[in-house]
Write a protein that binds this ligand. Structure first.
Ligand code: FAD
Length: 453
């Protein structure tokens, strides 16, 4: 079950005198199908000691806002409850991840961490593994096929990633069995914030509260993710290949916020789908192409390219061609504020931005259009890249995710090939409003998001 998913981050031995095994939950915020949690239970059972799970919440980062904190807290409070029902103490502290882990790690046998692909979170893990005297294990649970098994370097195209994954995937389609802890930790006296309401939690956090919450569109939690998955399998998947790109229709899973916070496991999604559908079904193939190939390719990109969230991280040909066209006249030029407030001349672009502001997500097809137009209407591609990242990370529930950096960089040429040269874009693939009009009833999309603005 843990094959190729567990990495030892330092050379320290387990501390046999320790009081408990510590699992620090961060990337995989769930109880089910969580390899890190089950691995931590296994370690605790081997030593006949209790396991404690810790979740650290911080408000030290200026970009943190109540939109996604609310979603995350809705999820984490539900996860706490189901983990405690298994006899495992779940500690929540308002403390930095590294500080909190070092603190609780002092009395531990060993520390188990889940894997995150982004720079800051990787730095935290590295720092912890260097500073503690106990062993630290990192467990990868948020991809179907562990990324370093697929490749030890950056893979430039989705078709290459797909062909590699196809050869490996069968080995990794195993259910994650729940292990029963031998020793309960519920009675351990360890300081934890005992707040069980999301509202109360938000009150004690000094985060940006100017961004609206979106609970009318998305409520956090493993149970909500399960509901969406059920609806997707029963009512949408049979037409996914045909309708997934149409922004006027609701035929995608809407699982990205849940996947982003690890409230549902991608492996579980795959196994659930395969209970109802044949793997050769064209809709299943199309969905797996997005949720396994593209999603895991984005993780490969962030893991192997430290400049993943910067314009400078793009492939050379893309930067060269964009720079050759840097002086091309732009028909429209907008500032960050214009973009943020959906104040461009283009009703389709504005509708996409309004979808983001209102719901916390943009339909995939419109997301491509949205970022391509930021590139077209900004005086240089580097600023455009930064604006797209800023808006996506600030307003999207699924933002701050490898998929966001993968998706934005795709719009600037990454994972793509050169196309016919044209102004501003050079050889980077272009998109225009005529395409939207030809393919979809795009006015319907505009009407949907124009209300209330
Ligand atoms: C400019 C731009 C920015 C994006 N920013 C994000 C982001 O911040 N977070 C995010 O999760 N996705 C992002 N995407 C990818 C994609 O748009 C979303 O994953 C998708 O729209 C989520 O909706 P869904 O869950 O209904 O998708 P479905 O079609 O139901 O797909 C299922 C899952 O597959 C994954 N997936 C789907 N499409 C892609 C893709 N193109 N690349 C990687 N993974 C994919 C997602 O995890 C998604 O939840 C971005 C794409 C672009 C072009």
């Amino acid at each position: 079950m843990f094959e190729n998913r567990v990495f030892k981050l330092n050379d320290n031995p387990d501390n046999k005198q320790g009081k408990y095994v510590l699992y620090v939950m961060e990337a995989s915020q769930r109880e089910e199908y969580n390899h890190a949690l089950e691995y931590a239970i296994k370690k605790a059972n081997q030593m006949e000691k209790p396991l404690i799970v810790a979740f650290f919440i911080t408000d030290f980062y200026k970009q943190s806002n109540q939109r996604y904190y609310r979603f995350m807290l809705e999820g984490i409070l539900k996860t706490k409850k189901v983990i405690e029902e298994r006899g495992i103490k779940f500690i929540i502290r308002k403390q930095k991840y590294t500080e909190g882990t070092l603190d609780l790690g002092k009395e531990s046998i060993c520390i188990v961490l889940d894997r995150n692909y982004l720079k800051t979170q990787r730095t935290w893990r590295k720092e912890i593994s260097q500073k503690v005297s106990v062993s630290v294990y990192e467990v990868e649970s948020d991809v179907v096929v562990p990324i370093e098994i697929v490749s030890e370097k950056m893979v430039p195209y989705a078709y290459l990633y797909k062909s590699k994954i196809e050869k490996l995937i069968d080995k990794f389609l195993n259910p994650v069995e729940k292990l029963q802890p031998k020793v309960s930790s519920l009675t351990l006296d360890i300081e934890s914030l005992e707040i069980d309401s999301v509202e109360e939690f938000l009150k004690i956090l000094n985060i940006d509260k100017t961004v609206s919450t979106v609970e009318n569109h998305f409520v956090g939690g493993y149970d909500e993710a399960e509901k969406r998955l059920k609806i997707f399998i029963e009512k949408k998947l049979y037409r996914y290949a045909e309708l997934r790109s149409d922004p006027t229709k609701d035929y995608t899973s809407n699982l990205s916020p849940y996947l982003h916070f690890g409230q549902i496991s991608p492996l579980k999604i795959v196994l659930q789908i395969l209970k109802h559908y044949n793997r050769e079904d064209e809709n299943v193939k199309s969905f797996f192409n997005e949720m396994i190939v593209w999603r895991e390719l984005s993780r490969n990109y962030c893991w192997f390219n430290p400049l993943y969230n910067h314009y400078e991280g793009l492939p050379k040909w893309a930067k060269d061609t964009l720079e050759e066209h840097i002086k091309d006249k732009r028909d429209y030029l907008y500032s960050l504020e214009d973009f943020e407030n959906a104040k461009t001349h283009d009703p389709y672009w504005n509708a996409a931005q309004k979808e983001l502001l209102k719901t916390g997500k943009i339909h995939n097809y419109m997301r491509m259009y949205w970022a391509k137009k930021i590139l077209e209407w900004t005086d240089n591609p580097k600023t455009a890249f930064d604006i797209a990242c800023y808006l996506n990370d600030k307003y999207a529930l699924d933002g701050r995710d490898p998929n966001g950096y993968g998706g934005i960089s795709w719009c600037f040429g990454n994972f793509d090939r050169p196309w016919q040269e044209r102004k501003i874009f050079g050889k980077v693939r272009y998109m225009n409003d005529k395409g939207l009009e030809r393919k979809f009833n795009i006015k319907e999309y505009v009407n949907k998001y124009d209300n209330d603005f």
